[in-house]
Write a protein that binds this ligand. Structure first.
Ligand code: NAD
Length: 359
């Protein structure tokens, strides 16, 4: 299919993902045992690639792994740490490309345990990069985050949006570790024959997401599970904060496209819908499916960003793609999945009395 030219950039028309280029290729997916990584792994295998997962497998209770489709006995799943240089070197020796999604991925946990965040998100990334440049790998896609922006969106007309070119001002240990990793990837892979794509995912949700204990993130799962067990939903700051919710299936599609498309080489892209939704609206959408759920107002925690949407224009141009699943549809799918899968609710949550969610 012919490409169309927009400004200086050649982009493929919508619909052309070039995933056929992955058939027979070998892709290492770090963090492939987590929510997003497992979905990316499934997409890669459907496209005919060999996807090898490297994951510590300790982010969730063992009972959550089958929900994610993760089988620790599977031969192409390696239970190990990205800081294990010898292991990383061995796996990269057989890889054509890398999706780097392994991270200590919870904002609140990173704040509580900055040393743990440093080990995975900074030192682990450093080990991976040092080994990538001496391996056959020619493309690396990095799972970064909108948290690199902090809380200073640019104004685009009346809208508050985060734009790829604006200065970064992370508010959290987590966001700072992602901002560091982005810079390090650009610096270390420049002129080394390894193309990179940095993807700044916004608020990822969708089944089979399971909240983490003492986390403030993942509000769709958080509210849906609390509502399902009959708890009230507390809205920090009255739920006025906004987020750009992007479904995990769309995030996996975007990531696979970023891996295949020549236009994505050495680019940094927001991955979001461009639509902002308040936390209160999420609670109200969840409440439509669950009888007798009450909403309560709680104070705004320190450091909780007001939020903004993604400027998704660069993403759309470079990937020739936009997310397909709207939030109402995604919440409906999540609630239906939860009704079919009540065992997904972790024991700590069903017995919990602390019921807040922020993003
Ligand atoms: N979920 C979101 O809303 C969101 C938003 C922006 C960015 N991200 C990023 O996307 C990626 C995937 O996030 P997720 O939501 O699937 O989280 P997740 O916790 O489900 O997955 C992360 C995986 O990384 C693994 N991991 C952590 N440290 C490791 C290490 N040192 N060695 C090997 N494996 C390790 C964990 O075991 C886990 O399976 C992460 O990099 C995260 O920071 C997520």
């Amino acid at each position: 299919m012919a490409t169309v030219r927009e400004g200086k950039r050649a982009v493929a028309p919508a619909g052309e993902s070039r995933v056929h280029a992955l058939a027979g290729r070998s892709v290492l997916v770090t963090g492939g045992g987590g929510l997003i990584g497992s979905r990316i792994t499934a997409r890669l295998r459907t496209a005919g690639a060999r996807a090898v997962v490297l994951d510590r497998l300790d982010a969730y209770e063992p009972g959550t792994l089958p929900l994610l489709g993760v089988d620790p006995a599977e031969p192409d799943l390696v239970a190990g740490d990205i800081t294990d240089r010898a292991l990383v070197r061995t796996l990269l020796a057989e890889s054509d490309a890398v999706v780097h999604a392994a991270a200590y991925a919870d904002v609140a946990a990173c704040t509580r345990n900055p040393g743990v965040a440093f080990e995975s998100n900074v030192r682990g990334t450093q080990v991976l990069l040092e080994e990538v440049v001496r391996s056959p790998v020619r493309r690396l896609v990095f799972a970064s985050s909108a948290s690199v922006y902090g809380d200073r969106p640019q104004r685009d007309g009346a809208e508050r949006r985060f734009t790829e070119s604006q200065p970064l001002a992370p508010l959290s240990v987590y966001g700072n570790s992602k901002a560091w990793a982005e810079s390090q990837i650009r610096l270390m892979l420049a002129d080394k024959g390894v193309e990179h794509t940095i993807l700044r995912y916004f608020s990822v949700y969708g089944d089979p997401q399971v909240p983490k204990k003492d986390s403030h993130s993942w509000v769709v799962a958080w509210f849906a599970m609390h509502a399902a067990v009959g708890h009230e939903l507390q809205l920090h700051n009255g739920g006025r904060q906004v987020r750009d919710f992007v479904h995990v299936d769309d995030v996996a599609d975007a990531t696979v496209r970023a891996l295949c498309r020549p236009e994505a080489a050495d680019e940094t892209l927001n991955i979001g819908t461009g639509v902002t939704t308040s936390i209160r609206t999420v609670a109200e959408l969840v409440r439509e499916y669950v009888a007798d759920v009450t909403l309560a107002v709680a104070p705004r925690p320190e450091g909780d960003p007001l939020g903004a949407g993604a400027d998704a224009r660069h993403m759309a141009r470079v990937l020739g793609w936009r997310p397909a699943i709207g939030l109402e549809e995604g919440i409906r799918r999540y609630v239906e999945w939860l009704a079919r899968t009540p065992s997904a609710v972790p024991a700590w949550l069903s017995g919990s009395t602390s019921l807040t969610g922020v993003g």
